[in-house]
Design a protein around this ligand. Structure first.
Ligand code: ADP
Ligand code: MG
Length: 232
């Protein structure tokens, strides 16, 4: 049945994800190992260039290590997902937390139409919902071309049983050939992206019987819509 199918799809996605994460972890390990080996030899041989070599390599080691910890923390966040702690919450209280963090950034203006979201109560996991909004805002900011003043607009659209939250940006838009892949774990177009953000958002939203989709136009911007069931 449909449930079993969804389950096996999730398992396939998980296996695929685990494979890719393992691959991503192995990538920085090779240069780390070779570099340390080289320094070790240079040190033992009392190489006069040791200091220079150390200087050159230590920066790249730190970068590799940072990239490893980024992968690890995003993966463990992703893996944590099944334990849901559902509470009845005002959407706006969670949304405002995310907005507060990202509106500190220069060049970005975030406006939230609070009146359209007022009194909207949903049954959600607070941390997961916050991470959803954080991910959408972070992506919106990252979609801003250099030098352009970023505008992010958040609106609520009330439906009979749902609240639809629209997060719009005036960024680059999503190229046609990426559109089908953005929710796939590990899909990224960024040099230091993990591709786990939207995969997380989709799963978290679907966990509480919500929905996510987007509209986008190149060089104009993108809007992500999250629909959540309302509770009274
Ligand atoms: P990451 O941000 O690590 O790349 P995500 O899962 O958050 O991973 O996003 C996947 C991809 O979707 C991004 O690499 C980007 O190409 C695209 N994307 C997501 N949000 C936006 C947006 N607001 N505007 C343009 N492209 C986006
Ligand atoms: Mg992201």
């Amino acid at each position: 049945n449909a449930n079993k199918l969804a389950q096996s799809e999730r398992e396939t996605a998980w296996r695929e994800m685990a494979k890719q994460v393992a691959h991503e972890i192995k990538n920085p390990l090779t240069p780390l190992r070779l570099g340390i080996q080289m320094l070790d030899r240079s040190w033992k041989d009392k190489d006069v260039k040791f200091d220079d070599k150390f200087n050159k390599f230590s920066k790249s080691f730190l970068e590799q290590i940072d990239s490893l910890s980024r992968i690890a923390s995003e993966f463990s966040n992703f893996a944590k997902m099944p334990e849901l702690k559902l509470e009845k919450l005002a959407v706006l209280s969670v949304l405002n937390k995310a907005v507060e963090v990202y509106s500190q950034m220069a060049h970005i203006k975030i406006t939230c139409d609070e009146s359209s979201l007022k009194d909207c109560m949903v049954l959600v996991d607070r941390d997961q919902l916050l991470r959803c909004f954080n991910n959408l805002l972070k992506n919106a900011i990252e979609a801003m071309p250099e030098g352009k003043a970023g505008l992010i607009t958040i609106n609520g659209i009330k439906e009979q049983h749902n609240i639809k939250i629209a997060v719009s940006d005036n960024g680059n838009g999503i190229p046609l050939n990426s559109r089908a892949s953005i929710f796939v774990p590990n899909f990224t177009t960024k040099s230091s992206g993990t591709g786990l953000g939207l995969a997380f958002v989709k799963q978290a939203v679907e966990n509480v019987k919500g929905n996510i989709y987007f509209t986008t136009e190149i060089n104009v911007g993108t809007t992500f819509y999250i629909t959540l069931p309302l509770v009274s």
